[in-house]
Each structure stands twice: as structure tokens, then as C-alpha cells.
Write a protein that binds this ligand. Structure first.
Ligand code: GAR
Length: 193
């Protein structure tokens, strides 16, 4: 299972995936490249660290979506890398027809809440402000509805009375770093999820 990683920021989830791959615990999954929509983002430095091509590709002039021709440029670059699957690991841009049609049923996304609660931006902050006692993270297939595709797996985190937003965030990120590599591994092995 060859897959591309798309990310926009620090890339701690991309790093967890690549560490699992390097440790031989990612099943039959092999990363073909890291693709980033933010110039100079930290995630790009993982390329050299793990020996995987890492490239910034301009997404066009918009903040949260691609221009259609730039989304096609992503399709072309991801295909050229040999990837059949796409893993959105902290990718903060809405994916539309060009990518969805080029990789039907083969794009997965990580979201930092228990969907369908708290979709969209700042899932952790939304859950914190709402005051839920449990939140967590979700890996789901991507479709045309933001954070609305069918759920593959989830991990739950409890908000303890002594938690701060910062400690709550850290617990959710730690859960993400386990969940996403575990889903990729299972998908690559055809294990039931
Ligand atoms: C993660 O918490 C991920 O769930 C979230 O961005 C963070 C990226 O962190 N993604 C979304 O909110 C997508 N809507 P990272 O760059 O350190 O992996």
C-alpha cells in the first residue's frame, strides 16, 4: 500500500507514521512522499530525516481551499510519486473533486475530536470549551462533506478535573500518534477495522 502524506504544519502525526514505518510496524504500507501546502512548514524537514521526498506545492491564492488547477497539480504530483492512497495528517485545506475523483475511497483524514462532534477547525478547543468529559480523535474516509466521511476508527481521551487545555491537547495528540499509524497498518494488511 503506497501512500502520500499531506500536511500543513508541525507534522507530529506524519512523524509518528514515519517512525512506525522505520520501525517496521506499519504493515505493508510505504510512504512515497510528503506534500505540503505551507512554504517552510516544519513537516517538510521530515523528508530529510526519513529519506522520503518532501515538497511544498503551491495550493493557489485561497486560505482553506485549493484553486482547481492547483488541486490538479497535487493529483499529478501524488500520482507521479506512485501513491495509491492519501493520508491527510494535519492537512488544513478542504479536498474537492480533483483529488476525490483521482483517489476514490482512498483518502483518509485524521481529526482531533470524536466525530461527528466538533468537526471543522480547532476540534480540540471546541470540545474543551463545550466542557465534554470525553473527547479524542477520529480517522475517517474523506468525502465531499468536511469531516463527514465514514469513520474508520477512533480513540477516546478523558478530560480530568486537573487538565488544562494544554494537557488535554497533549493527551489528544498522543492518542492521534497511536491511532493513525495503527489504522494505516490495518488498512495495508486488509485487517478488519
Ligand atoms: C492534528 O491534531 C490533527 O488532528 C489536526 O491538526 C493537527 C496536526 O498536527 N487536523 C485537523 O484539525 C484537520 N481538520 P501535526 O501537524 O503535528 O500532525
Amino acid at each position: 500500500m503506497k501512500f502520500a502524506i499531506l500536511g500543513s504544519g508541525t507534522g507530529t502525526n506524519a512523524k509518528a507514521i514515519l517512525e512506525s514505518w522505520r520501525a517496521g510496524t506499519l504493515g505493508n504500507a510505504v510512504p512515497t512522499g510528503i506534500f505540503c501546502d505551507i512554504e517552510g512548514a516544519k513537516i517538510l524537514s521530515l523528508g530529510a530525516e526519513f529519506g522520503v521526498p518532501a515538497n511544498y506545492i503551491s495550493p493557489g491564492p485561497f486560505k482553506t481551499k485549493f484553486s482547481p488547477e492547483r488541486e490538479q497539480a497535487y493529483v499529478d504530483a501524488i500520482r507521479a510519486s506512485g501513491a495509491e492512497w492519501i493520508v491527510l495528517a494535519g492537512f488544513m485545506r478542504v479536498v474537492k473533486a480533483p483529488l476525490l475523483e483521482a483517489f476514490p475511497g482512498k483518502i483518509i483524514n485524521l481529526h482531533p475530536s470524536i466525530l461527528p462532534s466538533f468537526p471543522g477547525l480547532d476540534g480540540i478547543g471546541q470540545a474543551w470549551r463545550y466542557g465534554v468529559r470525553y473527547s479524542g480523535c477520529t480517522v475517517h474516509y474523506v468525502n465531499a462533506t468536511v469531516d463527514g466521511g465514514s469513520i474508520i476508527d477512533q480513540a477516546v481521551v478523558r478530560r480530568e478535573p486537573q487538565d488544562t487545555l494544554e494537557s488535554f491537547e497533549q493527551k489528544i495528540h498522543a492518542a492521534e500518534h497511536q491511532l493513525l499509524p495503527s489504522v494505516i497498518r490495518k488498512l495495508s494488511l486488509g485487517d478488519s477495522l
